[in-house]
Design a protein around this ligand. Structure first.
Ligand code: ME8
Length: 505
């Protein structure tokens, strides 16, 4: 059986979630739900990264210990995947005891394998990035990401011999799809080819973090702790089971370009050093930039974009994330865009198609659907390549392209309504069979669309299947023409996506 393990970055808890975090989590959920439909054994991991200096800073500002602060805010972060209807199998916190123990064992392996040495680090550290910086990284002496001057630190640290992994890393990049998209792989490759600096895996004089096992006065550098979550979680997510054997290295890491180096360079090297296989694949997506248009008071000041879910519902927000920009690229998105897609694509293209189709079956056939098929018809022809096309695009992480492919079918079904004009057929008793055929094709098309859309809009998919009186069968074999069963009881469906006021004044 195929195995598919997918991760999101574990998010810093120094503030609350925003739409960017939701974006990666939704993308991962779409990919894993689809793999599940296709029969793979899957595991989906998300969670939070707690041992950052910036977390300790915020805690101090609030007069709390870092752990007290993290315990409070972790509740909010745990709600993120729930509100997104994400189907994660586990939610990791890096303050979990089992994670801490695993990290210590992992670092000890690096030490025992001769990849760690002690030296003095004197240089710059940006707390915003939680990263060591060189002058070349700065603009006018400031970190361009955070517009602030990094701290000067001078301390005795433990270093990881990243430099000795250059060739092994370059060899990994010979595998064409190790990092996708290709332009991101090139970015990582040229960074590696440019020469690698050893990096510090410890911080001295700090208490918030995981103690270094052979030097308990130091703690693990936050990245040397956080990256290891992808492995550690597998050892304790299911009590009594070690999932490392099942899922490692069949892992796909999703992340945005801000943390490419840590994932595409440091992490594979750390794994090789500790005697693990490198990850199977990494996908680096772009940044989603939301405009800051004024939001109407009638919607209660949607300041936190996650509140979009309260206004539009979770499926429209998931749909929009997949569709707003081509997944992998950077893109500017707007709240108005959420509204437009809600009305035009979900409301009109999909919602109206269901309402019209069910209303016609109810009106012309008293809710009974006869199984009269047209294997040579336009609908059958459009559905035939769909399963393979959507799967191939999702295997390339092309969430946007797969959805566009599905939407071609939605548009075709809408055209079928217009060209076959069932309301005309219904007037002519001699054309009763033709009417049955058209109605069957429309309902069958809707069923298939529901199944392929289930990874994107899980609740909507089930609602469509219910409206056409079909069982909630979502396995990929259902993505084929002619599997709708004869049924009675189809009623005119109320709108899937009721009209809403515009969000912008
Ligand atoms: O970097 N557009 O955590 P973080 C798209 N703790 N994605 C975005 C985004 C945006 N505008 N903003 C955030 C960390 N993201 C570390 C990770 S992993 C071992 C440790 C998403 O809270 C995107 O996935 O800063 C990005 O890589 C991640 O959130 C950064 O989250």
């Amino acid at each position: 059986m195929e195995r598919f393990y997918i991760t999101t970055p574990i998010y810093y808890v120094n503030s609350t979630p925003h739409i960017g975090h939701a974006y990666t989590t939704i993308a991962a959920d779409i990919l894993v739900r689809n793999r599940r439909q296709r029969g793979a054994e899957t595991f989906f991991l998300t969670g939070v990264d707690e041992h950052a200096a910036k977390v300790a800073r915020v805690a101090a500002e609030q007069g709390l210990s870092p752990q007290e602060y993290a315990d409070q805010i972790a509740v909010v972060w745990r709600e993120l995947p729930e509100r997104l209807n994400a189907s994660n199998d586990f939610f990791i916190r890096t303050s979990d005891d089992a994670h801490k123990r695993f990290v210590q064992g992992f670092l000890q392996r690096l030490f025992d394998n001769g990849h760690i040495y002690q030296d003095v680090y004197s240089g710059l550290y940006c707390v915003g990035c939680e990263a060591f910086k060189t002058d070349a990284d700065l603009v006018d002496g400031k970190c361009p990401e955070h517009d602030s001057a990094p701290d000067w630190i001078e301390e005795r640290n433990w270093f990881f011999r990243l430099s000795s992994f250059q060739q092994q890393l370059l060899d990994l990049y010979e595998q064409a799809d190790f990092v996708l998209p290709g332009f991101r792989a090139n970015e990582a490759k040229s960074f590696i080819a440019g020469g690698l600096q050893d990096f510090s895996i410890s911080r001295a004089g700090q208490t918030w973090g995981i103690p270094i096992p052979w030097d308990p006065d130091s703690v693990a550098y936050v990245w040397a702790d956080a990256l290891v979550n992808y492995l550690s979680a597998l050892t304790y997510a299911r009590p009594g089971e070690d999932l490392v054997e099942t899922f490692w290295p069949e892992v796909r890491h999703l992340l945005a370009k801000d943390i490419l180096r840590f994932h595409c360079v440091y992490w594979p090297a750390m794994l090789l050093g500790a005697g693990y296989e490198p990850p199977r694949q990494l996908f680096v997506h772009g940044y989603l930039l939301l405009d800051d248009r004024k939001i109407s008071k009638s919607l209660g000041n949607v300041v936190d974009p996650l509140d979009l879910i309260d206004v539009y519902g979770v499926d429209p927000v998931r749909f929009w994330c997949a569709r707003a920009v081509s997944f992998g690229q950077d893109g500017a998105a707007s709240i108005v865009g959420v509204h437009e897609r809600y009305e035009r694509e979900l409301g009109n293209d999909l919602g109206n198609l269901l309402s019209r189709t069910t209303a016609m079956v109810a009106r012309y056939r008293s809710g009974t659907l006869r199984a009269v098929m047209s294997p040579e018809g336009a609908v059958a022809g459009a559905l035939a390549p769909l399963a393979a096309d959507v799967a191939a695009r999702l295997d390339d992480f092309d969430i946007t392209g797969a959805l566009e492919r599905i939407w071609e079918v939605v548009r075709l079904l809408n055209r079928e309504v217009e060209t076959t004009a069932p309301w005309q057929l219904a007037k002519d008793p001699l054309r009763a069979d033709d009417l049955d055929r058209v109605l069957y094709d429309l309902v069958d098309g809707l069923r298939v669309v529901a199944v392929v859309l289930a990874a994107y809009v899980p609740a909507t998919a089930v609602a469509i299947l219910e409206a056409i009186c079909q069982p909630p069968a979502l396995d990929w074999a259902q993505v084929a023409y002619g599997l709708t069963g004869e049924t009675t009881g189809i009623e005119a469906s109320p709108p899937l996506f009721p009209r809403l006021d515009s969000p912008v004044e």
